[in-house]
Design a protein around this ligand. Structure first.
Ligand code: NAP
Length: 258
């Protein structure tokens, strides 16, 4: 382990969806470096053709001395989600953190460009996924009387002038409101629900979208999001919940940079 880590997540069990590459992989690695046991999940094979698998991410974590288990899961499939959470509990006995990161980015396309099947796929991954995954971990978190759910939001979900377009922006706006409502619902169980808006990232997914070239140089590596995700992971409803936070403001308007 590198020295800068302080084992802030020692003993915690975290599920990170969409951790085959990009932001999910970076968060999974950061959690593991902070002492968490990490369940790294993604689909068995990616229809995107982009690089990275959950098995590879888990291996990278174990090679660095961390603890990780790779599980196949399409977050839009209830059976697969229930199986993923069941296997996590069988293996580690608890779930402290869920990061709903898996997502599809259809950026800047017009309504007429977006075919109905692409619409359905995006809504299924970006909105139904967080619903199914949150639903699957709740019984365990309620029993534990603690937990942290982190939903990955977006500036596109709050500001139509960012140019994300009708599909991606709508799904992320829905994720924001889903999170606010769920945070209210879960306060009495001491479960935190927050939205982390990471800002523009240089991920494999972003690189595949021509639209991102407009601000590519302003984008940051996904590893920059790690510390703010760790901060949210170690919260419960008594400390920090129901917030939409920007990664770029971490340590300034919210959280501690230590
Ligand atoms: P990415 O490189 O395309 O990675 C997306 C991840 O989501 C992959 O691991 C992919 O796994 C997984 N995924 C997609 N659909 C899935 C499904 N139905 N079931 C399970 N896994 C699925 O994207 P990224 O840039 O890292 O984005 C990650 C998250 O951050 C997304 O929610 C995105 O909206 C959000 N975000 C990104 C940016 C940015 O600038 N990149 C900015 C703000 C927010 P497979 O291997 O199975 O395809």
């Amino acid at each position: 382990m590198q020295e800068r880590y302080t084992n802030k997540m020692d003993g915690m069990v975290a599920i990170v969806t969409g951790a085959s590459r990009g932001l999910g992989r970076a968060i999974a690695k950061e959690f593991a470096a902070e002492g968490a046991k990490v369940v790294v999940s993604a689909r068995r094979s990616s229809p995107t053709g982009l690089i990275g698998t959950a098995v590879e991410t888990a291996k990278q974590i174990r090679d660095a001395g961390g603890e990780a288990m790779a599980l196949t899961c399409d977050v839009s499939d209830e059976e697969q989600v229930m199986a993923m959470v069941g296997q996590t509990i069988d293996m580690y006995g608890r779930v402290d953190v869920l990061v709903n990161n898996a997502g599809v980015m259809v950026l800047g396309e017009t309504l007429l460009d977006i075919a109905p099947d692409i619409w359905d796929l995006s809504v299924a991954a970006n909105l139904k996924g967080p619903y199914l995954c949150s639903r699957a971990v709740l019984a365990t978190m309620i029993e534990q009387k603690s937990g942290s759910i982190i939903n990955i939001g977006s500036r596109m979900g709050s500001d139509h002038e960012q140019g994300g377009g009708v599909l991606y922006s709508s799904t992320k706006a829905a994720v924001h409101m889903f999170s606010f409502c769920l945070a209210d619902e879960l306060k009495e169980h001491n479960i935190a629900v927050n939205i982390l808006s990471p800002g523009g990232l240089k991920t494999e997914g972003s690189a595949a979208i021509p639209w991102t070239q407009r601000d590519w140089e302003q984008r940051v590596e996904p590893e920059a999001v790690g510390p703010s995700a760790v901060y949210l992971a170690i919260q419960d409803a008594s400390t920090f919940t129901g917030q939409l936070v920007l990664r770029v403001e971490f340590g300034e308007t919210w959280g501690k940079a230590s």
